[in-house]
Design a protein around this ligand. Structure first.
Ligand code: GCV
Length: 713
């Protein structure tokens, strides 16, 4: 009896210590958790009522979001009024409220102002914008303040996006799979669209609008022609209808040979009038179904995809033909620069520049060239792509990868904010010091009106959307940086953590610290010192630096590390591929010499002897091993930090992260051990003192096979 009593008491105490809500991650950063008494009263006092006159679908969504959020945070539903009253949130646009006591100049169509004002003697929070979409963005800003515990008094905020097009690129296939997707099947239920439109589509739009994303490319860049068939246009139109009130436009990826596949044309030559007429008619058909359709995204002449070069035409010929078709409707073409050819023996890192730089100035004014952040392929670290700064006459659109094809897929905690920032802040020296990539893509450096940024989505049907709770932070960070590339990755991590878990500093400080070092840790345990592309073939899961027999040279990891008995690294200086000549002279000079090359990019640009001395004084080999160990140790540190947070996190999300960190630790050790075993088989060097031998011999690592790893293309 006494034992039973003790047991029940212990159970009761455990239950009391737990946060009350069970969480599965579905609500993302829009949880609107009950705010606690003092804070709840404070929020209530600033949101006694929602005052607005407009009745558009967007305004209705804004009001609904506020009601839902305030009610959930405070337990009290705000009243709805048309005129501002004491303590109300007043949503005002020039169309709905004649005399707005704040200037809307410079806010554009999507920006907003938030100001605490005295209105006829009453304290009110004004959220004002030129459009209802601006209001929606404004209310999400206010809700961010409310959720993160920031003051709601004395507000005087103005915000407008720096970059015009802020898009997700879904690599979602019509069969429901997602290329490089680690969060389950596609959220687009193509089969049951357009008849069945589940609630997830609206929640997707809410989440995106809350971080300022204003466009989505629905289908994979490795596109199927059928995406442009009438039934699939109707499906895309159904989604567009749901997203429109949230300010999100729909775009489609196209397959170059669609005119041949869908309608039996003999050619897809962009200069053939019949081909141009086909695209014009197809585009008109799309705009009849989706009047605000955004435009096309194209992967052409890349990795087996067809394109204009198959007809001896250039990328500009192809892009301009499509651009003419969408132009009358106000649409755009996003032409990807991710190209490399199997018959080009030159360094793969140089090929996009060689293809596209000569085309600068030849693209129509509604074409953007979409460039990946680095010249190879979304590696844990890459130097910035040399096309940034080299095509001043063409608007360049940034392409980041939010899904973590190369950074641990769904289970590794590797916060991408610092990776995105590293590229955005990189100085191209295109027009002297301060020519950052952020200024290139926001159009300010070269005076472009059309500006854009895209992120390859990490979204799937998993309950938590992104395959893990922490992967949601990458989606969030992408949106926030797309709106304002000057934000810091750390500030974004703090916001996200406060909204996703709790604004309790006992939780935020350690979680943010752990996130901020996590990408560098992945670089350390996977590809330190500028190494790249050492992952296994096909699914890209785990290490395989030994692979050397794939059909195309640049598919093989040995192509990238070039390790031999004497040294390691890819010589991209004059004595090698001379890829450094694609950068501005100030950068090329720095990269020509290993001593002035950042150590984080050393082996990307130089082939160096194993006994090359690093800045620390240790040899290159010892430095490599130490970095592998540092990466593994960081993950062990994250495990300890997370364990210490057990009392502050709900059980479901705690358990997921705990389990995933254990996987990450095991896989970090695997990367470290397999890489060391392989490189040691080449250089025959002893490990530095204190470093542990790999757990298995090289053959054991080589024999590992994962035919069912997710995300395969
Ligand atoms: C969509 C890499 C990926 C491919 C992807 C390609 C691209 O090669 O592994 O899955 O294809 O990049 O960006 O087009």
């Amino acid at each position: 009896m006494a034992r039973l009593f003790c047991y029940l008491t212990a159970m009761a105490l455990t239950i009391l210590a737990l946060p009350v809500r069970a969480e599965d991650g579905y609500d993302l950063w829009l949880r609107y958790a009950p705010a606690g008494q003092a804070r709840g009263t404070d929020i209530s006092a600033h949101a006694r009522a929602i005052s607005a006159q407009g009745d558009s679908a967007t305004m209705a969504s804004a009001k609904q979001e506020l009601q839902r959020a305030v009610t959930s945070m405070t337990g009290h539903a705000p009243a709805l009024t048309t005129e501002p009253t004491a303590g109300s949130l007043w949503l005002a646009t020039p169309g709905s409220a004649p005399a707005i006591p704040v200037s809307l100049k410079g806010l554009g169509a999507e920006g907003y102002a938030i100001r605490s004002i005295d209105h006829a003697g009453q304290p009110i929070t004004l959220i004002a914008a030129n459009s209802d979409i601006g209001i929606l963005h404004g209310i999400f800003h206010w809700l961010r303040l409310a959720q993160t515990g920031a003051s709601l008094d004395g507000l005087d905020i103005r915000s407008a996006p720096r970059i015009g097009l802020r898009l997700l690129n879904h690599w979602d296939n019509l069969d429901g799979t997602v290329e490089r997707g680690y969060a389950g099947q596609s959220i687009w239920d193509w089969w049951r669209l357009p008849d069945y439109k589940g609630p997830r589509y609206t929640d997707y739009a809410r989440a995106n609008a809350s971080i300022g994303i204003n466009g989505t490319v629905l289908n994979n860049v490795n596109a199927k022609a059928e995406s442009l068939s009438a039934p699939y246009i109707a499906k895309a139109a159904a989604l567009a209808d749901i997203f429109r009130p949230y300010g999100i436009k729909v775009y489609l990826s196209v397959k170059w040979t669609a005119p041949m596949e869908l309608d039996g044309l003999k050619t897809a030559d962009p200069l053939d009038p019949k081909v141009a007429a086909w695209w014009k008619a197809k585009t008109d058909e799309i705009y009849r179904a989706i009047p605000d359709f955004g435009g096309f995204l194209v992967k052409a002449n890349s990795e087996g995809q067809p394109g204009p070069q198959d007809y001896q035409r250039t990328h500009a010929d192809g892009a301009n033909m499509l651009a003419a078709a969408v132009k009358l409707h106000g649409g755009i073409v996003m032409w990807r620069a991710f190209v490399y050819a199997h018959d080009n023996p030159d360094d793969r890192a140089k090929q996009a520049y060689d293809d596209f730089k000569p085309l600068d100035g030849k693209f129509a004014d509604n074409v953007m060239v979409q460039v990946k952040n680095g010249a190879i392929d979304f590696q844990p670290r890459e130097p910035f792509h040399p096309l940034f700064g080299a095509m001043t006459k063409t608007p360049l659109m940034m392409e980041f990868q939010i899904t973590k094809e190369y950074l641990g897929q769904s289970t590794h905690l590797t916060y991408l904010g610092p990776l995105f920032k590293e590229t955005l802040d990189a100085d191209t020296y295109a027009k002297g010091k301060g020519s950052t990539i952020a200024k290139i893509i926001d159009g300010s450096l070269d005076g472009h009106r059309l500006t854009g940024i895209a992120g390859v989505a990490n979204i799937g049907i998993d309950r938590d959307w992104s395959g893990s709770i922490f992967n949601q932070a990458d989606w969030y960070a992408f949106g926030r940086l797309a709106w304002n590339p000057d934000l810091s990755a750390e500030a974004i991590a703090r916001e996200w953590t406060a909204m996703t878990f709790s604004p309790d500093p006992r939780l935020i400080d350690p979680v943010v610290a752990m996130m901020m070092g996590s990408r560098e840790a992945a670089v350390d345990y996977m590809t330190p010192l500028g190494l790249a592309h050492l992952m296994a073939t096909g699914h890209h899961y785990g290490p395989a630096p030994w692979v050397s027999e794939l059909a195309r040279p640049e598919w093989n990891p040995v192509y990238y590390h070039k390790a031999d008995a004497d040294g390691i690294g890819f010589d991209r200086t004059k004595s090698g591929s001379n890829a450094i000549s694609q950068y501005a002279p100030a950068i090329a000079r720095r990269l020509a010499d290993p001593a002035t090359t950042p150590e984080s990019e050393l082996l990307w640009f130089h082939h160096l002897p194993w006994d090359y001395r690093l800045k620390s004084g240790e040899t290159l080999w010892d430095g490599l091993v130490h970095r592998y160990d540092r990466g593994v140790a960081y993950v062990a540190g994250m495990q300890r930090t997370w364990e210490s947070l057990r009392p502050l996190v709900d059980p479901e999300r705690f358990a997921q992260t705990e389990a995933f960190l254990a996987i990450q630790h095991r896989e970090a050790q695997w990367w470290r051990d397999a890489s060391i075993a392989y490189f040691q088989s080449i250089n025959h060097l002893p490990l530095p003192e204190g470093a542990q031998a790999p757990a298995h011999d090289l053959n054991w690592y080589k024999a590992r096979s994962f035919p069912y790893a997710p995300g395969h293309n």
